[in-house]
Design a protein around this ligand. Structure first.
Ligand code: ATP
Ligand code: MG
Length: 403
């Protein structure tokens, strides 16, 4: 079927009062970014809707990609025909049959902006309705609560038909609420933390600590793949890969074993803080959740968090592991995260890390080494990759069933 345009409804952003203009502008930019290889599209935004004019570009593909764009409540493809009843009837039948399943009900809802059109709204409803009914076995009419609502709008330049409504990704347009650095490991949690933060409109740049040869190229590739999955929600994502071997080895030779994990985390946070400053972020995101492991007790966070005054966002802090896993599956990161290649923390984890580390002690242990120079060196040698082209696998599959 040839779609003329896609109608996008905003939902949450339309309730944001004075910020609405900025939100709409961002959403429009993000849609353009998602569809950047579409050379003909034009977008116009009104108070509570946005119209994507396809001008011959691939509507089916656009529908798929829009499923990942935050800030969209729902959206509908629109078919344009000439103002000829035969043409309108045919298009109406095609649209209904596309989403129809046995036993469903429907209703036609006509509007007539062009008052010179031969038929009035009741007559259009009747004409289109009877054509569709006659040609679709098992379909009945229900005016109050139909499964399929077919909208027909007659305007000066033509007739517009729509019936399908796709659920959007909701949330806020990415980038509408500043930028934060996501500490991205190869595990299950941090990609989910990144996703949830992006959903609130925050732009994300990922930071990963890599310790070759203790961690393999495949472990790095895994993180690149995770970043790629996240890029489905923003068009593209920057990934900063920090060489961490020297610092990690120094920590292990200088700090008592049960404090190495606390110290390692402090070093990661100090480096992330410097990168945040360089890239003008306003926050740091981690996948920490209270009580999961030794590093994630409140005492531990207290000792680690000391090295920065930047807000550290922990969207998973109170979530259950099973709920986190569900989200990971939904966003397509689960299967990548469970691959066995270990990250630097797993390799260096001491047998009995301190669950209640003390700030004074860790400060004392770290005071014998010039970590600041090592940190600056790691920041200087950080490699930045721009990752794009992510497609939401799982939702994509569901989506194909919907289409
Ligand atoms: P995840 O599932 O995200 O790996 P986790 O349950 O394994 O988390 P920890 O190993 O304690 O928990 O890590 C806590 C957080 O520290 C991670 O969620 C991530 O934000 C950050 N982190 C840990 N290792 C790395 C790394 N190698 N690079 C970047 N960030 C890291
Ligand atoms: Mg981990």
């Amino acid at each position: 079927m040839i779609y003329d345009q896609i109608l996008v409804r905003y939902g949450e952003i339309s309730t944001k009062g004075r910020n609405r203009k900025a939100f709409t502008k961002k959403l429009r930019e993000n849609i353009l970014m998602t569809l950047k290889d579409f050379s003909n599209i034009k977008i116009s935004a009104t108070r509570d809707r946005l119209h994507i004019y396809l001008n011959g570009d691939n509507g089916e593909e656009a529908l798929k990609r829009l499923a990942n764009v935050f800030g969209i409540q729902s959206y509908s493809p629109v078919v344009k025909t000439g103002k000829d009843m035969e043409e309108i009837n045919e298009a109406a039948l095609n649209l209904v049959q596309k989403s129809f399943s046995e036993g469903q009900t429907f209703k036609v809802s006509a509007r007539r902006a062009d008052k010179t059109f031969d038929l009035d709204t009741n007559e259009i409803n009747y004409a289109v309705g009877s054509h569709v009914l006659k040609n679709t076995e098992g379909l009945t009419v229900n005016v109050k609560n139909p499964d399929i609502k077919l909208n027909v709008e007659i305007r000066k330049e033509g007739a517009y038909l729509s019936s399908e409504i796709y659920p959007g990704a909701a949330g806020m347009p990415a980038g509408a609420s500043g930028k934060a650095m996501l500490m991205l490991s190869g595990g299950l949690d941090s990609p989910v933390a990144g996703y949830l933060t992006m959903k609130r409109g925050v732009e994300i740049e990922a930071v990963h600590f890599h310790s070759p040869p203790f961690t393999s190229e495949r472990a790095k590739q895994k993180v690149i793949d995770l970043a790629k999955s996240l890029s489905a929600f923003s068009g593209s994502i920057k990934l900063h890969v920090v060489p961490f071997t020297e610092i990690q080895q120094t920590v292990h030779s200088q700090v008592p074993e049960n404090y190495t994990m606390t110290s390692t985390r402090r070093m990661m946070l100090r480096i992330t803080e410097k990168l945040r400053e360089q890239h003008e972020g306003l926050g740091i995101v981690t996948g920490e959740s209270l009580g999961q492991v030794a590093s994630q007790t409140l005492e531990s966070m207290f000792a680690i968090n000391e090295v920065t005054s930047t807000p550290v966002l922990r969207p998973l802090i109170a979530m259950d592991k099973l709920d986190i896993i569900d989200i990971a599956k939904e966003i397509g990161t689960h299967d990548i995260s469970i691959l066995p290649y270990e990250d630097c923390c797993t390799v260096f984890t001491p047998p009995a890390p301190k669950t209640k580390p003390k700030r004074e002690k860790i400060q004392f242990y770290e005071s014998f080494v010039d970590f600041e120079s090592l940190i600056n060196k790691a920041v200087e040698e950080t490699e930045t990759l721009v990752i794009e082209g992510g497609l939401l696998q799982t939702e994509q599959d569901n989506f194909d069933e919907l289409l």
